[in-house]
Design a protein around this ligand. Sequence first.
Ligand code: KIV
Ligand code: NA
Length: 275
Amino acid sequence: QTSVITPPQVLAAKGRTPLVCLTAYTTPTAKLVDRHCEMVLVGDSVGMVLHGLPDTLGVSLDMMSMHGKAVRRGLEHALMVVDMPFGSYEESPQQAFRNAARLITETGCEAVKLEGGEAMAETIRFLTRRGIPVMAHVGLTPQAVNAFGGYGVQGRGADSERIRGDAIAVTEAGAFSVVLEKIPDPLARRITADIAIPTIGIGASAACDGQILVTDDLLGQFGDFLPKFVRRYADLGAQAEAAIAAYAKDVRARQFPGPEHVFGDTPAGKPKREI
Ligand code: KIV
Ligand code: NA
């Protein structure tokens, strides 16, 4: 992939090429994923993954802005989307615009994501009509964890019409794509077939127009728990643990630093070694 991705291009990918999306919170991760993804999300999952918060509710605009700036420095191709944190957009379309504009001007992201379907349609319309591309997010919306009473699958049985209605509402409001999180595969397929914007699945369906995962989850770097919808492509957490244990052992045995890691009296000189 060589060109810079835009929201209209994401929209045009509907029903054509699968959209590959991942999260990033830092410059090095942004550089890694940029070469392989159409969209990179600075997710409010950063609160749980990097800051040790119990859920995403304590994430602030300052945190999203800081991580967004770091990610911006690592991207050349992918479309950058920043999550609007809990409390920064729900009050009114005006509040949402003010805070979305702040994220865009401070981080240089091209789009924002916010959680909610029918209830957020008016806000999504307000933002999109004023030039802010919005990615919507329906199904399991983690900022509503208290209302849901946990992180269970949404949209089973009679509840499926609610989620489908949410997806239609955000489409009609002008969202350029929508995340479908943790809903039954048949429902995700039906929504993907029924709406005109790309669906980005996470715990949804292989039939979605794109997929997203938390990068740290697929790398095995976020140990606390592994959702069923994650495939672990690496176990970097275990590798890191082994590396740190080896370092600690070497220090305690005075095996680190070695002669190659220390400095002599003169710039060119090597420390004298006993033969
Ligand atoms: O915060 C996040 O990382 C997300 C994605 C997993 C969709 O919202
Ligand atoms: Na999120």
